[in-house]
Design a protein. Structure first.
Length: 768
């Protein structure tokens, strides 16, 4: 038969029309290259955590059905808050403290939650992780240096919990969950690790249970837009046994060299202190600085990034609380730095080694001297959305990098970690393990994983849901490290805060001498014979005093019970009212990115009307907007826009040769520029993002185009994210009333040559 939706009147009858969309693609992981000691590269290809992007968000049962259909590895659950006996309390999952004095000398704050997962009734008994945030913890937002930093003490009730999950039939285990916004974290059940997090939905109603998803610790079938697995798309498509590997198998000689280097450093330090090396299990406090780069802030959102980072670090703390490590180790965050803009002295690139070197130098320069200071950190952790790669400045599967046995060495106690969602907690734990001197299992020891049971320090993370624990060798390494006195800086619990103000001026963190060192180097000091430090900061360089004519930052001590504020020396505690920022006017529209085929224009506005001051809020909302322009189709004999962009590299040498480049489609990351040379069989990503206005998918009816490296939906009205579609008659915003669906059946069984079966009118569409 022949079916058609004809423009205008035609044959009688109707036919339903269904539009089908394809699910996101996937590709297979592959381990990266081997690298030399003593640095360790963690290559963990943890599955991405977000749903595939779509133009519209379905709600209720429709969303649940969609998740179960596309993500067979996930389970959708609806947790509730209950009391100790299991009686229902609320659908609101926010932590409500219950003081239970009988449990310990310290009042544990208990919360109870229940849910049903795959026919099993699970109960979570959780208490606040009081050790996660140090008493003097501060959160610092930087807008390109300390001068413009906003530093706040943490005045919220903690929502980061540690406890256990219970089930009458299955073996329960550790749970590390945050309740800041739903339940988010990891738990162990029946010797398997599971993640839980809220479903992304805008339709959750008060008085109903919020849907969450639970999934096992392995790669899901589908990845989000920044999939980790897809990075191996240009390589061998064979499915390996593993999700990733460190790719480093150090020789005994290189490991011995690393240990000897640390021993020499310790010998120099011990001239100033005496250490009795005894094997005593003593509580250790890893005072931690956590830094999230501007890519992290942009990806997770300025309002959500703090909750996300603390959730991850709560999971890390839970991993270090696992009994398999054999030592009482507490992860305590003393300081969180969120980089809203780039830091001048911190270079974060694809090159993991260079990034680690830059970060280690930077974190040392900003560390407060004196282990007794509440903001002094023992180790620094960088979380980045940058696609890092060991030993080369290009994206690859490397997810972490650290110095072996670097803990308590100010210049080496640091690591970098690529954010992959909640599983990044295992990356951070792995890299911190290296800082404690832990080698890979099976590398110079007899703890190679048996079968497919992985450990936290395994060189390969396997496709397996067995719980990640510390191996016997890991326990021995960390115990040996601590017994040798190499963890001396971890003996002191976090000190209490110096001042108790919601807004902490930067001068409280950095005294005048520290400010001088930041400006002029490690040997500079404050010239104390100069007057009016609040107006001009003078620093010694050699035997002379120098100044860049900048004032000391707010909060700098300028007298007894006085500090600098706005260039004046005032009483401590004085602070003017905050001024919230306001948006300025929009700029004029930029030139169109294309002359035909649907280009893009943009306009920007600044948060300068007024500029936020004195702790005022930064502007929220759209800072850049886009519109489609020049929608007239391009001539059919012209190369595609993507082809033109590839051809720009024809005159550039690639590995010493010139090639003529052709575009290669990439449905996983359609807004990256992938090209291949003519008559060659390899492809290369030549740009992280195509030019705005490039079609996401060449050769189909989609109008979607790339904007800022993201595939954006364009409706039939050429408005971005309008979701406007043509009706069955081909009319944008139409109601389907301007045409009819016609149908004719051809039933003749005989005939010679070509036989006419009907006439299809001009303008007909959806012919089947």
């Amino acid at each position: 038969g022949v079916k058609a939706a004809a423009a205008g009147a035609g044959w009688p009858g109707t036919c339903p029309f269904a539009q089908r969309s394809s699910a996101p693609g996937r590709s297979d992981p592959r381990a990266g290259p081997s690298m030399p000691a003593p640095l360790r590269r963690l290559l963990l290809l943890a599955g991405a955590l977000a749903l595939a992007g779509c133009a519209g968000q379905p709600d209720g049962a429709a969303e649940t059905e969609m998740v179960l259909r596309q993500y067979s590895g996930y389970g959708v659950v609806h947790p509730i808050r209950v009391d100790e006996s299991g009686s229902f309390l609320s659908y609101d999952l926010a932590h409500r403290a219950i003081h239970k004095r009988a449990l310990s000398s310290r009042n544990n704050l208990l919360s109870f939650y229940e849910l049903h997962y795959k026919g099993q009734h699970l109960k979570f008994n959780l208490s606040v992780n009081n050790d996660l945030l140090a008493p003097g913890f501060v959160s610092e937002r930087r807008y390109g240096g300390i001068t413009n930093a906003k530093i706040r003490s943490y005045n919220h009730k903690s929502c980061h919990m540690i406890g256990e999950v219970q089930n009458w039939a299955l073996k329960g285990g550790l749970a590390a969950l945050s309740t800041c916004d739903g339940l988010r974290g990891v738990f162990r059940l029946a010797n398997e690790d599971y993640f839980i997090e809220p479903l992304a939905t805008n339709k959750h109603e008060d008085g109903t249970a919020r849907p969450h998803r639970i999934y096992k610790r392995h790669a899901p079938k589908y990845e989000e837009e920044e999939s980790i697995v897809e990075r191996s798309r240009k390589r061998d498509r064979k499915q390996p046994d593993t999700l990733g590997t460190c790719g480093v198998q150090e020789s005994p000689q290189s490991l011995e060299t690393s240990e000897k280097r640390r021993e020499r450093w310790e010998q120099k330090q011990q001239r100033r202190r005496r250490i009795k090396q005894r094997s005593i299990s003593k509580e250790k406090w890893v005072e931690t600085l956590v830094v999230a780069d501007n890519k992290m802030v942009e990806y997770h959102g300025s309002e959500n990034i703090e909750k996300y980072v603390l959730t991850v670090m709560n999971m890390v703390a839970g991993i270090f609380h696992d009994a398999s490590i054999g030592n009482p180790i507490n992860i305590a965050i003393v300081r969180l730095i969120l980089l809203e803009d780039d830091e001048e002295d911190l270079k974060i690139t694809h090159h993991a080694d260079n990034t680690l070197k830059s970060f280690c130098k930077w974190q040392k320069s900003i560390n407060v001297k004196g282990d007794a200071h509440p903001l002094h950190h023992d180790v620094a952790v960088l979380l980045t959305r940058k696609d890092i790669c060991a030993a080369m400045n290009r994206p690859c599967e490397t997810l972490g990098l650290s110095h072996v046995s670097g803990m308590c060495q100010p210049h080496r106690s640091c690591n970098i970690n690529e954010d992959t969602g909640l599983p990044v907690a295992f990356t951070v734990a792995h890299e911190l393990g290296h800082s404690f001197g832990i080698q890979h299992d099976g590398s110079g020891n007899d703890c190679e994983p048996v079968g497919k049971r992985p450990f936290i320090m395994s060189p390969q993370l396997l496709y397996d849901t067995s719980p990640l624990t510390w191996s016997r060798c890991s326990r021995e390494y960390v115990t040996r490290f601590l017994d040798r006195g190499w963890g001396l800086c971890l003996d002191d619990p976090p000190a209490k805060e110096v001042v108790d103000y919601p807004l902490v001026p930067p001068g409280v963190l950095y005294d005048v001498s520290h400010q001088c060192r930041l400006q002029y180097g490690a040997y500079s000091a404050f010239c104390d014979d100069m007057d009016n430090v609040c107006n001009t900061l003078w620093c010694s360089v050699g035997n002379t005093c120098h100044s860049k004519l900048d004032a000391a930052v707010d909060g700098t001590k300028c007298g007894e019970n006085k500090w600098c504020f706005n260039g004046e020396c005032v009483q401590v505690g004085y602070h003017p009212d905050s001024i919230d920022g306001g948006w300025g006017t929009w700029s004029s529209w930029s030139a169109c990115s294309r002359t035909c085929g649907a280009g893009v224009q943009n306009a920007e506005r600044q948060c300068n009307n007024p500029i936020p001051k004195y702790g005022g809020k930064y502007c929220l909302g759209e800072r850049k907007r886009f519109r489609v322009c020049n929608t007239k189709p391009c001539p059919t004999d012209r190369p595609s826009f993507r082809h033109i962009q590839c051809s720009h590299f024809d005159a550039r040498l690639y590995k010493g040769k010139l090639y003529k480049w052709m575009p290669v489609p990439n449905n996983i990351n359609p807004c990256e520029l992938h090209c291949r040379p003519e008559e060659e069989y390899f492809a290369e990503k030549l740009r992280d993002a195509v030019i705005d206005g490039t079609p996401c998918y060449e050769g189909n009816a989609s109008r979607d185009i790339c904007i800022n490296g993201i595939c954006k939906n364009v409706g039939c009205d050429y408005e971005i994210d309008s979701n406007a579609v043509e009706d069955r008659c081909g009319v944008c915003h139409g109601d389907g009333s301007t045409c009819q669906t016609v149908k004719k059946m051809f039933e003749e069984s005989e005939g010679l040559g070509y036989v006419d079966i009907g006439i299809i009118p001009a303008g007909a569409r959806e012919i089947r």
